[in-house]
Design a protein around this ligand. Structure first.
Ligand code: MG
Length: 298
């Protein structure tokens, strides 16, 4: 069997033909939010329904990083290497300082509570961009059921701490990624649960002044939907899907797939040479060495 499906012949050079897709950990209910800490040599990820963040260390396996985690979902690292997390249970975005203290980045907008921050990225200017769909307040499964006070927006928190709703026409914004030059912003829309609303990735032009223009559909994922997304150093976008990870060229066409036996939620690059892709997929976490390197993250 092959672990890869080539659609565009050029995809064959993106992967290493004999590198396996391996399950490195299992036993979760909805694994999400992988983030690589190269300096600590470990991967962190969320197990949302079980209210915990786990740490996987090569050669040592799994330990608990934080429990309870306030039903944390997506994570990233800022430009100082600090962990930035989306929390459903507390409906906020936080930063874990190097001494372990927790700083709240955002928990409200114009006096109303955020829904349930889902995924987050940090720009080179230090601004924190995050999506705020309502998944974590729709039921008590991945947080606490509650009234929705705000639309499902994408927000930008400036280095000054000022928060702005920058994308307001999404059904359920989810994963985010910048192109390597940060002139593009990709945002996944996973639509509303149990409906046929959008399941696609949109692309925006990001001006030097921080203004977003455009917003056309970049690619519609099938089967499944684009939840978490990441960009490699050449600008290819790697997206979660129901049958694995799909690789999309900068023009939006499907290059090929990494086949994973569970529904994929999210992914990140890491490992010694930033060419190891870590994939969170329902009950398991998988890993594969690619012939492409990831953008971002120390
Ligand atoms: Mg997500």
């Amino acid at each position: 069997m092959s672990f890869f499906e080539t659609v565009d012949p050029a995809f064959a050079a993106y992967v290493i033909g004999n590198a396996p897709v391996k399950q490195i950990a299992t036993g979760f209910d909805w694994a999400e939010g992988p983030v690589w800490f190269g300096d600590a040599g470990c991967l962190l990820f969320s197990d949302i329904p079980n209210n915990r963040i786990l740490r996987w260390t090569p050669g040592h396996g799994l330990t608990t990083f934080r429990a309870p985690s306030n039903y944390a979902n997506g994570h990233t690292r800022d430009r100082q290497g600090r962990l930035v997390s989306c929390e459903h249970g507390t409906r906020r975005v936080t930063r874990t300082e190097l001494d372990g203290r927790i700083t709240v980045i955002a928990d409200s907008y114009k006096g109303k509570r955020l829904n349930s921050p889902n995924d987050v990225i940090v720009a080179t200017d230090g601004a924190i961009w995050f999506s705020d769909p309502h998944y974590g307040i729709m039921t008590d499964y991945e947080g606490f059921k509650a009234e929705q006070e705000l639309p499902c927006n994408v927000y930008r928190v400036a280095p000054s701490g000022e928060i702005a709703a920058v994308l307001t026409d999404f059904a359920c914004p989810n994963g985010l990624a910048f192109s390597p030059d940060e002139r593009r912003l990709y945002v996944a829309d996973t639509g509303r649960m149990f409906s046929t609303d959008p399941q696609h990735i949109r692309v925006f032009d990001l001006g030097a002044d921080g203004r977003l223009t455009g917003g056309a559909v970049f690619h519609t994922i099938a089967p499944g939907c684009a939840d978490g997304i990441r960009v490699d150093t050449e600008g290819n976008l790697w997206s979660s899907a129901a049958d694995g990870v799909h690789c999309l060229a900068p023009d939006g066409h499907l290059m090929g797939k990494i086949l994973v036996p569970e529904v994929v939620s999210n992914l990140c690059f890491g490992g010694r040479a930033k060419q190891q892709l870590f994939i969170t997929a329902t009950t398991g976490v998988y890993s594969v060495i690619l012939n492409r390197k990831g953008e971002q993250q120390p």
